[in-house]
Write a protein that binds this ligand. Structure first.
Ligand SMILES: *Cc1c(COP(=O)(O)O)cnc(C)c1O
Length: 342
């Protein structure tokens, strides 16, 4: 039987990872405050080492391993940011790491993982296919699997972000949390509601395939088609045998909001032009939702800006005002390469 995760686990994680992460700033956003008419802050976790909050969970999970398990090495599946975080956490602990990814992971993220010294395996068109390679390394090579969200130590690590936010802004009223596998939302909401039960937690995802929301609506883990999206870090399923995040996100989320590609691009642009922050699509969904008027009565609001690992050429195009549609571009490059005969 699995034990429920508690605030105590999150506080223990916070001590464990303290020397391994940076305390990221909580930055007031004048432009978002003007836009929505109530105070808005950005939790600048895109400034975290490795470029995303994922380092919190990965560091907590690696540092929690026994010496015997550390010697076996760790393996995980990733849309990019978790891979980079796990590779970094493993390298700092002198542990072998293998990261398995689908072909949808952008090249800049693959390179980011390689520079952290991890071994890389690329297979299939979805997270679920990449997961098969993880399962093989566990059964054939005895490696230790550390999954990107559905693991108690990972969730506790992500939850440290909730504790930090409420320490920086004890009277926060609304947290806007990007949602994919739900490790972030589960941890942050658990911590935040344990400290202040009245706080409102909004999970935000992209219209192009939010597995958690569709699963909660269906009452069981459901797989969705994976589309190329500006919020590439929000892709992937929640796992057929989900242990923690499905139940926790169902219990702890007050509202769910979906944003489209144009809104995500607008969020990336606004973060750069108004708040001088380079952020990736997944990190922009909260800003996008606020600017699109999708959050009712936000009150004192903290937007979790979760990562900065965006391809710089893509960022340049978005800032320049181009309407980027990555799904259409993927289709076009397929047709172009088949008509060239390779
Ligand atoms: C992974 C990720 C998320 C979503 O986190 P989950 O725990 O999978 O819900 C959001 N933003 C960024 C930048 C990420 O890398």
């Amino acid at each position: 039987m699995k034990e429920p995760i508690t605030l105590g686990d999150i506080l223990a994680a916070r001590k464990r990872i303290a020397g391994h992460i940076i305390d990221t700033p909580l930055r007031p956003s004048q432009s978002l405050t003007d836009h929505v008419g109530s105070p808005v802050w950005l939790k600048c976790e895109h400034q975290q080492y490795t470029g995303s909050f994922k380092l919190r969970g990965a560091a907590n999970a690696v540092l929690s391993l026994t010496d015997e398990d550390k010697a076996k090495g760790v393996v995980g599946v990733s849309t990019g940011n978790y891979g980079r975080a796990l590779a970094n956490a493993a390298r700092n602990a002198n542990v072998r790491a293998v990261i398995c990814m689908s072909e949808l992971v952008p090249q800049n993220k693959v390179e980011g993982i390689r520079t952290q010294g991890a071994e890389i395996v690329i297979s299939g068109q979805s997270q679920d296919e990449a997961q098969k390679e993880v399962d093989r390394l566990v059964s054939e090579e005895g490696m230790i699997m550390l999954p990107p969200f559905d693991h108690a130590d990972v969730i506790a690590g992500q939850g440290t972000l909730g504790v930090d936010i409420l320490e920086q802004l004890p009277n926060a009223e609304t947290l806007l949390v990007p949602l994919s596998g739900g490790g972030l939302l589960a941890g942050v909401a658990l911590a935040a509601k344990a400290i202040n039960p009245a706080i409102r937690v909004v999970g935000i995802s992209m219209e192009r395939g939010c597995a958690m929301i569709e699963s909660l609506q269906a009452g069981k883990p459901t797989s969705v088609r994976e589309w190329p999206s500006l919020a590439d870090s929000l892709g992937g399923g929640i796992g057929e045998n989900n242990l923690y995040t499905f139940d926790m996100c169902g219990d702890l989320t007050d509202d769910f909001v979906l944003v489209n590609e144009a809104q995500i691009a607008d969020g990336i642009r606004a973060a750069y032009i108004d708040d001088q922050q380079v952020i990736e699509g997944a990190a922009a969904v909260g800003i996008a939702a606020l600017r699109a008027g999708l959050i009712d009565n936000p009150g004192r609001t903290v937007v979790l800006s979760t990562g900065c690992n965006i391809d710089m050429e893509l960022h340049r195009r978005i800032i320049g005002g181009e309407d980027v549609d990555l799904a259409q571009e993927a289709e076009q490059s397929k047709t172009a390469s088949s008509s060239e005969g390779h």
